[in-house]
Design a protein around this ligand. Structure first.
Ligand code: ATP
Ligand code: MG
Length: 427
């Protein structure tokens, strides 16, 4: 009997142990699963959270870097930074700014692009900061003062055609003197220079006008040279600062054909080096400048020549040079504004194609174009700047009313083109 009781007790003990083990293992499994869920869903999803796991995962899917990018991009925009833009005729154009494009997966893969372009169509401040200033206003003012007060001690070849001479001043500095075959050329050169100043484009060497008063002290040393060049007494010539060590510039690949373009396209820009981007930035100014002045004697003439000279784009671009540090120097602007406007019919097709080819702008240049369009005062502002800085302005004369109108119209076209690009690339 005793043996029976002992066996029953042992059986009861074994059953109790089995039950304890069973409950323990279930408990362990539940704890394990709970821990796994917690790790998968993140530390913020507590049992009381009313967010579904799906929503929460969707939130987690936005990488931290992107969230930071969003946060840093919240600021006010006009076409160079605001949301509405007046068209100047009382209408307001809503320029949609949607930064979702900025977080396109393509953009995320190449952080370099977010550094190169801002607000869809502008070269970034980052790149602007790396570009040398060029001929600053201060430098230009001081050079002009010195050039006006200096005697010319020699005139020699070194500035292109014989009608252009390399002048050396008594202090040893040099300038290119341009004697126009007709007044259009000197006017075109001079007014293009001042339009560049108005737009804030600093790639054009400073310029002064001078009258060939050969009996005066300023030209006394080169009187016989002037006679041999058959330059007329009393004629007005332009003098531009001569820059040492300039070399030629080949048109960059994105602009070598009518059909090619300088647009904020990621796949194109991502392949560029910083130096190439800095060059393209300056080209974007050059293209706007040449469109406004209708200067055909640079890229437009090259595109024209492509018809019979397919390799023209592999050679240096006319009337464009660069410093050893890559700053572009726009020389010989005499075809601009006056002569260029006279022959617009012949060249406009190329000018328009070039304008269409650019949808990336320097913010300052774009803003100046916008201001000149909205205020519709290009003629007044150009004339004021020219008169205030050039004592011979009255002598040389200014744009005709018709040409001033053409300039204002071209400013409007560039303005509309900027809006078009903004619409296309900032959405
Ligand atoms: N400001 C300058 N500083 C340094 N060199 C200059 C300058 N202006 C002109 N030159 C030199 O003179 C060359 C011709 O200049 P420019 O285009 O003004 O004259 P051009 O008579 O029109 O010549 P081309 O017919 O070759 O264009 C330039 O390629 C350059 O070598
Ligand atoms: Mg030239």
């Amino acid at each position: 009997m005793r043996a029976i009781w002992a066996n029953l007790l042992a059986l009861l003990f074994l059953c109790t142990c089995a039950c304890v083990l069973y409950f323990w293992s279930r408990l362990e499994k539940r704890l394990e699963r709970h821990k796994r869920d917690f790790q998968e869903q993140g530390p913020y999803l507590g049992p009381s959270s009313d967010l579904s796991a799906k929503t929460f995962r969707a939130l987690l899917a936005v990488p931290a870097a992107e969230k930071l990018y969003f946060a840093s991009r919240i600021h006010i925009h006009n076409v160079t930074g605001a949301e509405t833009v007046s068209t100047g005729n009382g209408n307001n154009v809503l320029v949609k700014v949607n930064h979702l494009k900025s977080i396109d997966p393509e953009v995320r893969r190449g952080p370099d692009i977010t550094e190169a372009v801002e607000d869809g169509i502008f070269w970034s401040q980052n790149l602007e900061d790396r570009l040398s200033v060029g001929f600053s206003e201060k430098h230009a003012r001081s050079w002009r003062r010195r050039a006006r007060g200096s005697r010319v001690v020699s005139l020699e070849a070194g500035c292109g055609r014989t009608s252009n001479q390399l002048a050396t001043f008594s202090d040893g500095t040099k300038a290119c003197v341009r004697y126009g075959i007709n007044a259009d050329q000197v006017q075109g050169e001079t007014l293009s220079y001042y339009l560049g100043c108005l737009l804030g484009i600093t790639n054009i060497p400073p310029l002064v006008l001078a009258q060939l008063n050969v009996d005066g002290e300023r030209w006394a040393s080169v009187r016989s040279r002037i006679a041999s060049l058959q330059w007329s007494r009393g004629e007005v010539v332009s003098l531009t600062e001569w820059i040492a060590n300039l070399t030629g510039v080949v048109t960059p690949a994105p602009l070598r054909q009518d059909s090619e373009r300088l647009h904020p396209l990621l796949e194109d820009l991502r392949r560029k080096t910083k130096a190439e981007l800095l060059a393209l930035m300056q080209w974007s100014d050059l293209l706007i400048f040449d469109y406004l002045t209708a200067n055909f004697d640079r890229l437009a003439s090259n595109l024209f020549s492509l018809q019979w000279d397919p390799r023209v784009m592999e050679r240096d671009t006319s009337n464009l040079l660069q410093t050893p540090r890559g700053a572009l120097v726009f020389i010989d602007n005499e075809a601009g504004l006056v002569h260029g406007y006279r022959v617009l019919d012949m060249w406009e097709r190329h000018h328009s194609a070039i304008l269409r080819s650019v949808c990336l702008f320097r913010r300052r240049t774009a803003q100046r174009v916008i201001d000149l369009h909205l205020d519709r005062d290009a003629r007044t502002r150009l004339l004021e700047l020219y008169r205030d800085n050039e004592p011979l302005a009255a002598h040389l004369g200014f744009l005709s009313d018709e040409h001033a109108r053409i300039l204002q119209d071209r400013i409007e076209r560039v303005y509309k083109h900027i809006l078009h690009c903004k619409g296309k690339y900032s959405q």
